[in-house]
Design a protein. Sequence first.
Length: 126
Amino acid sequence: MRLADEPDEAWLAVAARRKGGLPDAARRVLIDARLVKCASVAGDLAIARGAVVRDFLHLALVEVAEPARGRGLARHITRALALWGRDMGAGTAFLQVEETNLPARTLYGRLGFTTHHPYVTRTAPD
């Protein structure tokens, strides 16, 4: 488990695969918060980003490589960021997860997260 102030190339590669590429400004945007950590396990097995804003921890880009799923890495990486966030003064954590991602929603439920509200992403027509 590694917590870093900036994403390394392996971390960015995992995020890029998940997002279908990253814009040139991605690194700057990812580290633009005052308190931010990029977590990774073994370089590219699992990644996540945590940012503390006021007293909230925002968790994002939690991703586990397909062959490494089911080993508890998402739980491990989420917990590490939650502990870091608590140490930085965050008393509440939040995240976004696709409604169709049942394994992730199950994990987050086990970690104590509840649904606050649905989030809708819209794509402009061609």
